[in-house]
Design a protein around this ligand. Structure first.
Ligand code: NAD
Length: 416
């Protein structure tokens, strides 16, 4: 059967609701995104030819506040993926208890095939096309795979031009000079580092071998901060071109400098380093595995063979439902995406709050508050796992579901 992440989301949701004895009518609404917009995006390429791209914005739920979620530029973007990503945002925001619902957007394009000016045109045209849905009180985009701070600067500028005044709060993950927050670029990786620290404390781990799949914003920063602040060895890291492995630990300063210069790991060389495939990375000798690339990477077959005893999900949806069952049967702890990678949206929330107040915070304050929110959410999920005797993924879903169904009850159904 074809992989459908939204149906997978619904499956886990049903299981969580059944475990927590939440009646189907109390959460049925969460199986239906509030709004789905599909847009056609014509741009004139540098060669003078017209090309039309396909894009989406999905608002999954605004039960707990304005919709919030990133924009993905990737050749495999499709509506079911965007729906799943939007739903996970709803749950993520509920777990960290910030006043947002969930949304997500995407454009079906390989951004590496566009020039800078084509990317700018596409981003601006996409912004114009989704304009009726977005706004600081409605739906607030952020970067995701294939987009970055520059993308959000263009989005914010386009929105502001259409409104006639500057609206920094329409997007987060912007550059500092146009209303970005200190600490936002590193926030998801910093949150992953905090979760890794809490997991290590819980298991009494003093030293660990860590493998990271993905070397983009999230993967590279998680790896760098875990090596620097926790002193753990990063034994493997990869990107779309493949991975590198060193049983004694990679020199992350050297890897980081190489990536900044060359963009991909494929020609990296250093003593003791061997090149491996992404699949080999997932199954390499390590204690902690951090998938930080795309969905559906840890399949049941890989779950049977992987050697890590702990998985901390930095990517969204990296583990299939079937793989989850295998991992549970092997007693491998999976710290789920909707808890572990929430650092990004937490600091996005801080950025938005700063934009609305026009009052900017010190980086140390941002990092301290992020740590506090992550520690609290981690504790909430651990407590729920103990209470129900379930996996951390189910516990995370239950934690969020209780907050969401409570909000739904308080708001009631309109019209009555
Ligand atoms: P990115 O575009 O910066 O990096 C993606 C990385 O994955 C790159 O190194 C790329 O080469 C690699 N990659 C792409 N295809 C691959 C493949 N088939 N196999 C192996 N590696 C592959 O994206 P990002 O922002 O780092 O996002 C990574 C993941 O983290 C996504 O699942 C995203 O939804 C999630 N996430 C991102 C944020 C954020 O703040 N950026 C927040 C929460 C979750």
């Amino acid at each position: 059967m074809e992989y459908n992440p939204f149906l997978n989301f619904c499956k886990v949701l049903d299981e969580a609701a059944a475990t927590a004895k939440i009646a189907p009518e109390d959460y049925e609404v969460l199986k239906h995104p509030e709004r789905e917009l599909k847009v056609a995006l014509p741009i004139i390429r540098d060669n003078g030819k017209l090309e039309v791209f396909e894009g989406y914005r999905v608002q999954h739920s605004s039960l707990r506040g304005p919709c919030k979620g990133g924009i993905r530029f990737h050749q495999d973007v499709n509506v079911d993926e965007v729906k799943a990503l939007a739903a996970w945002m709803t749950f993520k925001c509920a777990i960290v208890n910030i006043p947002y619902g969930g949304g997500k957007g995407g454009v079906k394009v390989d951004p590496h095939t566009l020039s800078e000016s084509e990317l700018e045109k596409l981003t601006r045209r996409y912004t114009a096309a989704i304009l009726p849905l977005i706004g600081p009180q409605q739906d607030i985009p952020a970067p995701d795979v294939g987009t970055n701070a520059q993308s959000m600067d263009w989005l914010m500028d386009t929105y502001s031009m259409m409104r006639g005044y500057a609206v920094p709060g329409v997007a987060t993950g912007k550059d500092i000079e146009v209303g970005g927050s200190l600490g936002r670029t590193e926030a998801t990786g910093r949150g992953i580092m905090t979760v890794t620290r809490l997991v290590a404390e819980k298991h009494g781990i003093k030293k660990a071998r860590v493998a990271v799949q993905g070397a983009g914003n999230v993967g590279s920063i998680s790896a760098k901060l875990i090596a620097k602040n926790l002193g753990f060895d990063i034994v493997a890291i990869s990107d779309v071109s493949g991975g590198i492995y060193n049983a004694d630990g990679l020199d992350m300063n050297s890897v980081g400098a190489f990536l900044a210069k060359k963009g991909l790991l494929k020609d990296y060389s250093a003593q003791g380093v061997k090149h491996i495939t992404n699949e080999e990375l997932l199954m390499c000798e390590c204690d902690i595995l951090i998938p930080a690339a795309l969905e559906n990477q840890i399949t049941a077959g890989i779950a049977e063979k992987l050697k890590a005893s702990i998985i901390i999900e930095a990517a969204n949806g990296p583990t299939s439902v079937e793989a989850d069952a295998v991992l549970a049967s092997r007693n491998i702890d999976v710290y789920p995406d909707i808890l572990s990678n929430a650092g990004g949206v937490v600091v996005s929330y801080f950025e938005w709050a700063q934009n609305l107040q026009s009052l900017y915070w010190e980086e140390a304050d941002v990092n301290r508050m992020l740590d506090k929110v992550m520690v609290r959410a981690f504790g909430d999920v651990e407590k729920t796992a103990e209470e129900y005797g379930v996996t951390l993924r189910l516990a995370a879903y239950i934690t969020a579901l209780k907050r969401l169904t409570r909000a739904a009850k308080l708001r009631g159904i309109f019209p009555r």
